[in-house]
Design a protein around this ligand. Structure first.
Ligand code: GLN
Length: 479
């Protein structure tokens, strides 16, 4: 019935439902059987939400048969990362700490998806509490890259990226604190957007580093990415850092041809780049210039301090956010007669190595005597990085850098070397520190077929320019 489900776009599905080529329930079954087939090997999903999905699809079919508007994402199968709350289902954050936690409410973005008619088919595997770049820190085991079983899909939203690349769903949600949507998107050959800080409500997203966390869309096509973003964005009274911004022109102006001034911060990135990725990047620059965009070199003087700054701030915030998992309130409890023992044992047993490392580092950089030297200094450097971007954006519209220094690496290659793992985030963390939007666009492949990605950053709330440049590259690639 729906033979090409794995390749379908949101628009294909919307058209198919309208023209009654298939029903939402039939499509939902196609999605669930694709998940069943592929997940055994990929381990991309932690929970399949089949029962809920079929109920949602039935409601869509009913609305269509009654001639009611079924919503902008009617019948579209969606996968959400397992740190985003879905009422009545587990939200594990891929941690033993929350392995049995059932969410009592929906995250705002989930509520918005449901109101738009989307059909939630599963919750995606991830690095534990979104801490990692390879999906190997998951309590439920690593996710495999659809382009090769021995490779990581990236992280921490590796489950969402692998699921979209493997055709389980055309769109998915991830979360991005330092690159966790963009880096796995690049490793799996799909699009991923880290929205402006405040563009999407964080209500119902399990907190990692609250000043940088953002939920972001992932998709196989730019049009689908923009559709998903337009549904989840907007102010929410439950998240005081969320903002109302008028994104209503996103779909209508996606195809408008515009020539951009694109800044290249060359000195910064060239030294760390794998040679094949460098060649692919050069090709992208040449294509964009041929297409009439103006390329200029720019200076971001403090950018090479971004990794150190990010890992101080992110871990400091994480240590505070994760203090709530104390064996008393909710989640795992290792019983004991003594309260302090309950807390110690629960936290030692419930958190994995990487999470513990980050809590230790975070409490250290916040401790008396260290706070001035590490945390306060990092926040000062963060402000300098922000003003570097503000200065650059006076002259240019977009900044172009690679998404990652290499294509997907092998499972096991970096997991015992945290510093090397952290360094692989070099190109993604600056946008989170500055709060600006950034997109990873699939572009080219290395010799053995693993995908590569290029990344654009824009001024705060200028996501439309990111979608437009994505559409422009999509067209140039003949799609
Ligand atoms: N890889 C980065 C980290 O480990 C980013 C994680 C994220 O964006 N959630 O912190």
């Amino acid at each position: 019935m729906i033979n090409d489900y794995g390749q379908t776009t949101v628009k294909d599905i919307t058209d198919g439902l309208q023209k009654k080529r298939f029903s939402a329930v039939e499509l939902c079954h196609a999605a669930l059987s694709t998940v069943e087939q592929k997940n055994r090997n990929l381990n991309a999903l932690i929970t399949a939400t089949g029962k809920l999905a079929v109920e949602q699809a039935e409601q869509i079919d009913k609305k269509i048969s009654l001639g009611e508007n079924p919503g902008f994402l009617a019948g579209i199968p969606v996968i959400i990362k397992d740190n985003i709350c879905l009422s009545g289902y587990p939200t594990t954050c891929a941690s033993k700490m929350l392995a049995n936690f059932i969410s009592p409410y929906n995250a705002t973005c989930v509520e918005k998806l449901i109101n738009a008619g989307a059909v939630i088919i599963g919750k995606a595997n991830m690095d534990e509490f979104a801490m990692g770049s390879s999906n190997e820190t998951s309590y439920l085991g690593p996710v495999k890259n659809p382009y090769g079983d021995e490779y990581v899909p990236g992280g921490s939203s590796g489950g969402s990226a692998a699921a979209v690349a493997a055709g389980m769903a055309p769109i998915a949600l991830g979360s991005d604190t330092g690159g966790s949507v963009r880096q796995p998107a690049a490793f799996c050959g799909v699009y991923g957007l880290k929205p402006t800080y405040g563009a999407v409500s964080r209500y119902g997203l399990v907190a990692f580093a609250s000043s940088m966390d953002q939920i972001g869309p992932m998709a196989r096509k730019i049009d689908d990415l923009a559709r998903l973003f337009s549904v989840i964005s907007g102010h929410d009274e439950n998240d005081s850092t969320s903002m109302e911004f008028d994104y209503s022109n996103i779909m209508s102006e996606l195809d408008t041809d515009r020539k951009f001034v694109i800044g290249l911060p060359r000195v910064f990135f060239m030294k760390d780049l794998d040679s094949e990725i460098a060649d692919i990047f050069e090709k992208a620059v040449a294509m964009l210039s041929q297409a009439g965009h103006r390329i200029v070199e720019i200076d971001l003087p403090h950018i090479d301090l971004a990794i150190a700054t990010y890992y101080v701030i992110a871990n400091a915030e994480a240590s505070s956010n994760l203090a709530r998992y104390d064996g008393v309130r909710y989640g795992l409890r290792v019983p004991d007669d003594d309260l302090i023992e309950i807390m110690c044992r629960t936290r030692s047993s419930g958190f994995g190595r990487e999470v513990i490392r980050r809590i230790m580092l975070g409490t250290y950089v916040l401790s008396a005597g260290c706070c001035e030297v590490y945390y306060n200094r990092a926040t000062q450097i963060r402000n300098l990085i922000k003003s570097d971007f503000a200065d650059a954006f006076k002259e240019i519209d977009l900044i172009l850098i690679p998404t990652t220094p290499t294509a997907a690496f092998k499972i096991g290659e970096k997991i015992d070397n945290p510093l090397e793992m952290y360094l692989s985030d070099i190109f993604t963390v600056p946008a989170n520190l500055a709060g600006i939007p950034a997109i990873s666009i699939p572009f080219g492949k290395v010799k053995d077929g693993r995908p590569a990605g290029i990344q654009f950053m824009a001024r705060a709330f200028d996501e439309i320019s990111l979608f437009r440049i994505g559409r422009c590259l999509e067209k140039m690639n003949g799609e």
